[in-house]
Design a protein around this ligand. Structure first.
Ligand code: TRP
Length: 335
């Protein structure tokens, strides 16, 4: 039997190159050898977007389009929507008893995220408790592996604590819940934003989206942060920390050409615009087929909704099997 993998994204906007490098490529590789579940975490997106549910539900469709456009194959991977799986709600309710409010307040990811939210003293209970709902996401199909970024380490730790508590309290014979392991991205799979300041992120306004037009890509690359001291073409330039070269290292295919451009830049005599034009071609080669596929799939909305519906049905079925065991372990199997 293939190992069960569960991973997901909060649908709060379209996906960008940072997602491509950090998670999508890995999912495309894994879908052949694992039983991969990819979740659109709309409930989690609502914990801080509950005033704007339309943004969340529209993003569900857009993100699914992004998945399909980059090559996630619905025949291999199961794409589903969190809110459509009743067992996730049911498990969340049962797990709420197993976690203290103090433990939730200490969760480093929650603490970090609270810094950037404007909740003040009015933290919604739904937000504070979303790590519990995330434990339900992962265990509803008893996933063994969870590919996710390092910011998700505390979430998986908290899931493991819930699993351990559940198994030790309710499972005297066989453990019902599987302890998941996080699968971190490979070193170097973190993409800086076009400003070079921090990681690529929609909210920081430094992202290149998978669905950006050729003109948008061009203008974003032209704005990219390079070496601020490289004022004249003939000056020697710095390659380290230069976003254009960082992107070429990640996306360029002709490594020899890139190496010789780096040496030329360091020596002096190679202008930023020349390197940027080269990068625009490299990115267009990658993104043009994705954009075309995306546009094509977008004309067939029914297909996208069918993919999602089928994925939800499969996940529902799987989760009900797990939930039966949970109910039995907790003596809630009355009928
Ligand atoms: N918390 C993840 C994020 O912010 C999204 C997510 C929700 C997730 N549930 C998950 C990821 C379960 C992996 C497994 O990106």
């Amino acid at each position: 039997m293939k190992k069960v993998v569960l991973t997901g994204d909060r649908p709060s906007g379209k996906l960008h190159l940072g997602h491509f490098v950090g998670s999508l490529q890995n999912r495309i590789a894994m879908q052949n050898d694992y039983d991969v579940f990819i979740m659109l975490a709309d409930l989690q997106a609502l914990t801080d977007n509950f005033k704007n549910p339309t943004k969340v539900s529209e993003s569900v469709f857009e993100v699914c389009l992004d998945y399909l456009a980059v090559g996630i194959d619905p025949e291999k991977a199961t794409i589903f929507i969190q809110s459509q799986i009743p067992v996730i709600f049911q498990l969340t309710k049962l797990y709420l008893n197993l976690v203290t409010v103090a433990r939730l307040s200490r969760n480093p990811t929650i603490k970090e995220e609270l810094k950037h939210r404007e909740f003040g003293d009015s933290i919604p209970a739904g937000f504070l408790t979303y790590p519990i709902s995330q434990a339900a996401d992962i265990t509803c199909v008893n996933a063994e592996l969870v590919p996710a970024g390092s910011d998700q380490v505390p979430m998986i730790e908290q899931t493991c604590e819930i699993v351990d508590t559940f198994n030790s309290l309710y499972c005297s014979e066989e453990h019902v819940l599987q302890r998941p392991k996080i699968l971190l991205p490979k070193a170097g799979a973190r993409l800086v934003g076009i400003d070079g300041q921090s990681k690529m992120s929609k909210s920081l306004n430094n992202a290149i989206f998978l669905s950006d037009s050729a003109d948008e890509i061009k203008s974003k690359v032209m704005k990219m942060y390079t070496d601020p001291n490289h004022l004249r073409v003939q000056d020697p330039g710095q390659v380290e920390g230069n976003v254009v070269f960082e992107y070429l290292d990640i996306f360029g295919t002709d490594k020899e050409q890139i190496q010789s451009m780096k040496e030329h830049y360091q020596r002096g005599g190679l202008g930023d615009v020349t390197v940027k034009k080269y990068l625009i071609d490299v990115l267009e080669n990658l993104l043009d087929p994705i954009r075309k596929r995306r546009d094509e799939i977008a004309t067939n909305k029914d297909f996208v909704w069918r993919v999602l519906k089928t994925g939800c049905e499969k996940t529902k079925e799987r989760s009900e099997q797990v939930f039966k065991k949970v109910q039995k372990a907790m003596k809630l199997n009355y009928f």
